[in-house]
Design a protein around this ligand. Structure first.
Ligand code: HPA
Ligand code: ZN
Length: 375
């Protein structure tokens, strides 16, 4: 089964099995344009890439019972009314991940799939507390993921960074203990983040933990302004020293905050399909991404938890293009913003930027594209 998934990840140019927003590339030049565009992904939870097929395989391998009899039944349950609804299923699903090999297989499946989807650099989150709370060794989690990241760079040239997220609702003491444990693996990590239930857990609670992490040279990001108010975005900047805001869509409610984000060129890692599926916005046509872009915000497009939200990175680009009528230049700006926002050295950034520039100059889809798709 895992072998089958890998084959599909690397060989298939058709839509994902869960039927996202995608179409066969041959029918729409925009689908092919977006998929072939060299892309950087900055907001991706590895646990959120656990497709039901792999979940069943790991459940069988580890003797873990599942509530669902079939893959179809499981996908049928992916109907969420809010973030909390999703998180319950997401943590339940993660229970099949038990060994170093499981984390390797999970990460490898995502990386190969992302590569086939045109991702050239990925900064990925993991939630160690989800696993250590179940008795899985921190070492097995980080080692399995790291091994897959190293292999993907060697085999595919897909570069990556690893960001460890603290679960807000697990509290400050658990976050501090997790950071202490992580220090043994400091060299494998690029940064720390903050995720899980947002409302009721303002960033200020974690100021001390983030200060310790930054003192150790780790970069800081935080989920804020997904379900929480604009004050949480300010808190992430001021109390945590966050260099990027994950989601941040509610920033638009506060014009002074928007001006600050624009002036400071603070990147926002927006996840359109996630926002629709978690009812952060009612539908793609009302998504604020276009307004954010036109306000001068450094907006990027990302897939968050693609196994649960109906699409990988190209599906997210395609969904906003279609829902908001973005043009070719706007799609390229979104991709360029992610290059600017990546935690890479200037050599790698220049290379990613050059690849995107070449693509912009040579990609077939333009104003005079056949078939009337003038983007
Ligand atoms: N928000 C908060 N926590 C999360 C998310 C998200 O979108 N995805 C996985 N953990
Ligand atoms: Zn997220």
């Amino acid at each position: 089964m895992i072998g089958e998934m890998r084959e599909r990840a690397t060989g298939d140019s058709g839509p994902p099995p869960h039927g996202g927003d995608s179409e066969p590339a041959g029918h729409d030049p925009l689908v092919a344009f977006v998929r072939a565009m060299p892309k950087v992904e900055l907001h991706l939870h590895l646990e959120g890439t656990l497709e039901p097929e792999l979940m069943f395989e790991l459940a069988r391998r580890n003797g873990v019972p599942l509530r669902f009899a079939t893959v179809e039944e499981m996908r049928g349950a992916y109907d969420f009314s809010a973030l909390g609804d999703f998180l319950r299923l997401y943590y339940e699903g993660a229970a099949v991940l038990q060994t170093e090999r499981d984390f390797y297989d999970l990460s490898r499946a995502y990386l190969h799939r992302a590569y086939a989807d045109g991702v050239r650099h990925a900064e990925v989150f993991f939630d160690p507390q989800t696993h250590t709370a179940r008795g899985v060794a921190f070492r097995d989690v980080v080692s399995g993921i790291h091994r897959a990241l190293v292999d993907a760079e060697a085999e595919l040239g897909l570069t990556s960074r690893l960001i460890m997220c603290f679960l807000r609702d697990a509290g400050v003491e658990s976050a501090a203990a997790t950071l202490t444990e992580a220090m043994e693996y400091r060299d494998l990590l690029t940064g720390v983040g903050l995720d899980s239930t947002e409302v009721g857990y303002p960033p200020e609670l974690f100021a001390g933990v983030f200060a310790t992490a930054r003192a150790a040279g780790l970069r800081a990001v935080a989920h804020a302004g997904e379900e929480g108010p604009p004050e949480y975005v300010r808190g992430a900047l001021d109390a945590l020293g966050a260099e990027r805001i994950d989601h941040g869509v509610r920033s638009l409610e506060d014009p002074a905050l928007v001006r600050r984000l624009v002036r400071g060129r603070v990147p926002l890692t927006v996840c359109p399909l996630s926002n629709v599926r978690l009812k952060v916005v009612p539908d793609m046509e009302s998504h604020p991404l276009r307004m954010m872009l036109e306000s001068g915000l450094v907006v990027t497009v990302n897939s968050d938890d693609p196994a649960y939200f109906g699409g990988y990175l190209s599906d997210n680009f395609r969904a906003v293009q279609r829902g908001l009528g973005l043009d070719r230049a706007q799609l390229l700006t979104l991709a360029a913003n992610a290059v600017e926002a990546a935690f890479v050295d200037e050599g790698r950034r220049a290379r990613l930027r050059a690849d995107l520039d070449v693509y912009a100059e040579t990609a077939p889809l333009g104003a005079a594209a056949p078939g009337g798709h003038g983007v």
